[in-house]
Design a protein around this ligand. Sequence first.
Ligand code: NAG
Ligand code: NAG
Ligand code: NAG
Ligand code: NAG
Length: 566
Amino acid sequence: MKTISFLAVLPVAIISFSQLVAASSGSHGHQKQKPNFLVFLTDDQDRRLNSLDHLPLVKKYIRDEGTEFTNYYTTTAMCCPSRVSLWSGQFAHNHNVTDESPPHGSYTKFVSQNLEQNWLPLWLQEAGYSNNYIGKFINGVSPTLKRAPKGFDKDHWEPLVAPNIYTFYSPVFSTNDGPLEAHTGVYQTDIISDKSIAILDGLAKNKSNPFLFVISPTAPHDEVWFDDKGTVFTPPVPAKRHEGLFPGAKAPRHPSFNPDKNDKVSWIGTLPKLNDSEVERIDAIYRARLQSLQATDELVERIIKRLEHNGQLDNTYIVYTTDNGYHLGTHRMFAGKQTPYEEDTNIPFIIRGPGIAKNKKSNAVATHTHFPATVLQLAGLPIPDELDAHSIPVLADRSVYGKDQPTEAFSVEFWSNAFLENATATFTTNSYKSVRLIGQGYNLLYTIWCTGEKEYYDLVEDPFQVKNIYKHTKQSFLDRLDALLNVLRTCKGPTCRDPWSVIHATTNSKSKSKNHGSQKEVRSLKDALNKKYDEFYAGLPRFSFKNCLPYYLSANEVETPEHSEL
Ligand SMILES: *[C@@H]1O[C@H](CO)[C@@H](O)[C@H](O)[C@H]1NC(C)=O
Ligand SMILES: *[C@@H]1O[C@H](CO)[C@@H](O)[C@H](O)[C@H]1NC(C)=O
Ligand SMILES: *[C@@H]1O[C@H](CO)[C@@H](O)[C@H](O)[C@H]1NC(C)=O
Ligand SMILES: *[C@@H]1O[C@H](CO)[C@@H](O)[C@H](O)[C@H]1NC(C)=O
């Protein structure tokens, strides 16, 4: 089956998915049995606080049997936007679901953006897949909006329903959009486990019907209650059998943990040091998170054994990931997510299945926006050119990915007030755009905040991002990052996949320099740093926010002439 080349860097006519399917079927007489996809999607699970190291069954059944991607990221560190990127293959600046709740986020916003017309579940369904979902979906599934989105089978659609999505011993599900099903005294992950076994057994009755099955327990997310005082966050509740585990465990004391000197801009830089009782509470939250994940660990074993028992393990890709990361004590922040730093963006992604190397780690750079192309590619289905990222090179046979430009850089973006759990203060200056770049000889994070402040971290020297060296970095180097950020912040499809080519294809640039280089010459930061382009980059416009707004308004995010801030 032919996929569209990713080398086509300029937008080409978009061929509809069904046209592609029609064009490609028929040319292959007998179709091979399509693989199944089983996705374990946890909520707010960190990678940088080492939670994976406390999950022996995830290790035994997925890490040891598959490949772990150590440079895997969410591009918006918030559940709802992140989940929408995972299933749509679009950056938040394209899908515009930028918050957890209405009007700028939630399932309501997802529906109003028409995103279910054009996303992975629908493409798979059109290719004959049965798609199944249990657990937490996009935030905001509620008694009044709980229907299955297009692409999911109505008969296997069992989302958790607000306000009982984060109440571990009193979850409420909507079963196939029927009456609400409330449970008390039974642990959420264990109910999900039982329901999942029933669905798997149903699917095993017809093995020629390929499936996508998403199992999304809420752990290790905080427990969340809504009462007349507002929203109350308490540490996640473990299953009774896991209470008291890991008695000595503490949040890792990385150099970024509650530092004496907090070299941060905006609201983070002015946070006071956490005191001893706050640090003790942080460690208690850390233990509760690990305890709450133990039922997920058991769920993983049970599901994989059942797949094997049902004779479907060999033809199933199994993915373990989460929506976004989490910080505890990092840069003096108590607990949460939402920042551009590694704790919040770098997340677990492990995959096993046919053709995938076992017990291996890969440092290939990938994000949630890469996920739909990855699944389509493994299913042998065409990959729409409008996706913002290409396939993650998950197969051991790399020749399959010959045409893809490896991902070097992507944007990390955010538009919302910062919200510290239980805090009374609201921080209204947490909108930002970053370039996260991991390439040949470079590993960096460059951020422009809505306040106009800037941060640059060299993660080769400073993996915990404790030293903002923006003011000590050469302007010619920053010029490249500004140009890259200015393209990535609004990129779509091919432009996101190969931004340097687009920068160097700029013919109507305001730059006085004639030396644009050719598109083929510049494919990475290393290429772009050639001195002969100094003048070209110095003359390019750069990006800034006009104001701090808690949503994405194009008119608020503008290009300014070169060096106007100097
Ligand atoms: C994104 O959605 C908000 C409403 O939530 C709207 O005001 C804004 O114009 C949208 N932004 C873009 C770029 O479409
Ligand atoms: C099994 O699934 C295939 C593919 O979806 C379908 O064509 C077939 O009718 C199904 N068979 C039964 C017995 O349901
Ligand atoms: C939030 O406040 C509640 C009630 O005061 C308390 O029980 C809980 O531990 C606090 N949560 C966190 C995450 O500190
Ligand atoms: C630690 O800080 C909290 C505020 O976050 C405050 O309520 C508490 O009194 C402080 N404890 C000590 C021992 O200073």
